[in-house]
Design a protein around this ligand. Structure first.
Ligand code: SF4
Length: 357
């Protein structure tokens, strides 16, 4: 059944791309970028209340029937991998570990004909008891959020005293996953001077730490560019204890600029560190990401102001081909970049806790 026959309410229709749009199967935008990396938000619920993301009281969450079911997620990932050339799928949230059927979702997606690389972004609270089951279900790697090793600072930033549970989750992940990446946000006056210790801790364990510039996606709309810790500051800070050398591996559209970390005195190679400078050194020109919200809407960019509903058409019987075409159309209109440096920049209504990174 086509979308016209469906006459779908609620679909944020974009003008059909001009005939000049190249007849390619993938998720191409008008700047020629091809999205092969899909981020799927499995829930907008979270068990932390990080100050740079959520208000202390939390946010209203989606009604259960508005959230994609396990079968709907698997179907859309199948369409994305089989029809649209997606090769990597990352499950995010809110906090994806809050989905009781997470292991089953991973297993279903790992069994798809065009199996994508599967990863998870998590705060690791509760990962201790699920890491092995996730690995056995087919998860390939995990990205864990950890901003400090100090329990009081953790409780200040996350507004929950869960450092020990997070560390237990990371330890469990390290036992079963070959690759563990750690994401950290530095907040001026809170954990800025924890950066080098956090890097040492990660290097000792073979984890790849990435520092992420804080982005204007917080629910309180309190983001202040002047207060934000920049990538340049992070490099300078780390440079007081380590030698950082540009990584020789190609970046391939990845958000993180990577560096080889050497011991300052011996020059011994210690591992790698990444810096994700979304604000001050944007990498939009080679963006390869497409996103699905927990409600099954396509976001062509973290900072998009419009979304394209797929779940409505799917529930109304749309074919895979129709869903794929809607997705292509959604990505065709992607803007050149987040536009944060432009005069007209406004923070999107949807917050990071309901996008998932
Ligand atoms: S801000 Fe948008 S366009 Fe830029 S890298 Fe992120 S998702 Fe891609």
């Amino acid at each position: 059944m086509s979308l016209v026959e469906l006459g779908m309410p609620g679909v944020v229709r974009r003008p059909a791309p001009p005939d000049g749009r190249p007849a390619v199967a993938g998720l191409v935008d008008r700047f020629g970028r091809v999205a092969t990396d899909l981020r799927v938000s499995l829930t907008d619920r979270c068990n932390l209340r990080c100050t740079y993301c959520m208000p202390a009281e939390g946010l209203p969450t989606l009604p259960r029937d508005a959230v994609m079911t396990r079968a709907e997620i698997t179907r859309l990932v199948d369409v994305a991998t089989r029809e649209l050339g997606v090769r990597q799928v990352r499950f995010t949230g809110g906090e994806p570990l809050l989905r009781g059927d997470l292991v089953e979702i991973v297993r279903d997606c790992a069994a798809l004909p065009r199996r994508p690389e599967l990863s998870l972004t998590t705060n690791a609270v509760g990962l201790e008891s699920r890491a092995r089951a996730l690995r056995d279900a087919g998860l390939d790697r995990v990205n864990v959020s950890l901003d400090t090793l100090d329990p009081d600072t953790f409780a200040t930033l996350a507004r929950r005293p869960f450092l020990e549970r997070t560390l237990a989750g990371i330890d469990a992940a390290a036992e079963v996953f070959a690759v563990v990446k750690v994401n950290a946000v530095l907040v001026r006056g809170v954990n800025l001077d924890h950066a080098a210790d956090l890097l040492s801790w990660c290097l000792e364990r073979g984890f790849e730490l990435r520092f992420i510039e804080q982005m204007p996606l917080d629910a309180d709309h309190a983001w202040d560019r002047a207060a934000m810790v920049t990538a340049a500051e992070v490099r300078a800070l780390l440079g007081t204890r380590f030698t950082l050398e540009p990584d020789d591996e190609p970046r391939d559209g990845a958000p993180a600029e990577r560096f080889r970390v050497l011991d300052r005195t011996t020059g011994r190679a210690l591992g790698r560190v990444g810096v994700i400078a979304s604000v001050t050194e944007p990498f939009c020109g080679d963006c390869r990401r497409t996103r699905l919200t927990a409600e099954g809407a396509v976001r062509d960019c973290l900072f998009a102001h419009t979304e394209t509903d797929l779940l409505g058409p799917l529930r109304a019987g749309a074919s895979d081909g129709a869903l794929a075409d809607l997705w292509r159309t959604a990505m065709w209109g992607k803007r050149a970049g987040h536009g944060m440096d432009g005069p007209g920049f406004t923070q999107p209504a949807r917050t990071m806790s309901a996008i998932g990174g």
